[in-house]
Design a protein around this ligand. Structure first.
Ligand SMILES: Nc1ncnc2c1ncn2[C@@H]1O[C@H](COP(=O)(O)OP(=O)(O)OP(=O)(O)O)[C@@H](O)[C@H]1O
Length: 220
């Protein structure tokens, strides 16, 4: 279980999270929703260790990781797929996959995203947004994790592509019912369909918590 206790994060003088307390359960997909600037990316980056908490605590599987470096959190199973993809842009698709897999089989990613086979020798800079997001999500298919943090998977994508990516994510979550998945999305439609639990952030504060049925995507 991931527990955030009164988490505050600031960028210089600007405080982006104003004391957020939340729990994320193992075996659940949790959507963190909220408009642009609400603090979703900040929350995910702070959990993964790329941003420092100015106060409050982060506990993961019973350990206090508030001050733990990124590497230690990764070793404890925390994986962040950031909104910019977290891929190596000057490398080819295949080179990225090899780095993610670190000697493991590439088949899970290539089976989930057959397009990546044909794009194998293409540089990331020449990929479309959707292809880049497929590559980004491949990391979660190739390397082990216990807590997957996915930031704006559907960002800028056509609905049909977003649905494809979400289908792969849903299958991944279903295959690992003992793990936790957290999705940050400004557009709630896909995330609400997949999530077991929903938290809504507004201007750096928790505005609502509930099950997907409690929320109307049109009013979020
Ligand atoms: N690197 C940064 N430097 C200064 N302020 C930042 C930085 N990144 C984010 N912010 C500010 O922190 C607040 C929260 O931003 P954050 O990116 O976490 O929101 P978000 O909900 O993820 O929105 P988006 O969907 O646009 O990514 C906003 O006011 C934003 O302007």
């Amino acid at each position: 279980m991931l527990v955030l206790d009164a988490l505050r994060v600031r960028y210089g003088p600007l405080e982006a999270l104003h004391g957020v307390s939340l729990t994320f359960a193992q075996g659940e997909v949790t959507a963190v929703l909220g408009r642009n600037g609400a603090g979703k990316s900040t929350l995910l980056r702070a959990v993964a260790g790329y941003l420092r908490a100015s106060s409050g605590r982060i506990h993961w599987q019973g350990s206090d990781i508030t001050r733990a470096p990124v590497r230690r959190r990764a070793d404890a199973g925390v994986m962040l797929i950031p909104d910019e993809g977290g891929v190596f842009r000057t490398l080819t698709v295949r080179e990225n996959l090899d780095l993610f897999a670190a000697g493991r089989e590439l088949t899970p990613a290539l089976d989930a995203f057959p397009d990546l086979r044909t794009l194998s020798r293409r540089r990331v800079t020449l990929l479309s947004g959707g292809e880049q997001q497929m590559l980004a999500l491949s990391r979660a298919l190739l390397a082990p994790w216990r807590l997957l943090l996915v930031d704006e998977l559907s960002h800028g994508l056509a609905p049909v592509l977003a649905t494809r990516l979400y289908d792969v994510l849903a299958a991944l979550a279903a295959a690992h019912p003992d793990r936790a998945v957290v999705l940050a999305e400004p557009d709630p439609r896909e995330a609400l369909a997949l999530a077991d639990r929903v938290h809504v952030l507004r201007r750096g504060e928790l505005a609502a918590t509930g099950s997907p049925a409690d929320f109307d995507p049109a009013t979020l």
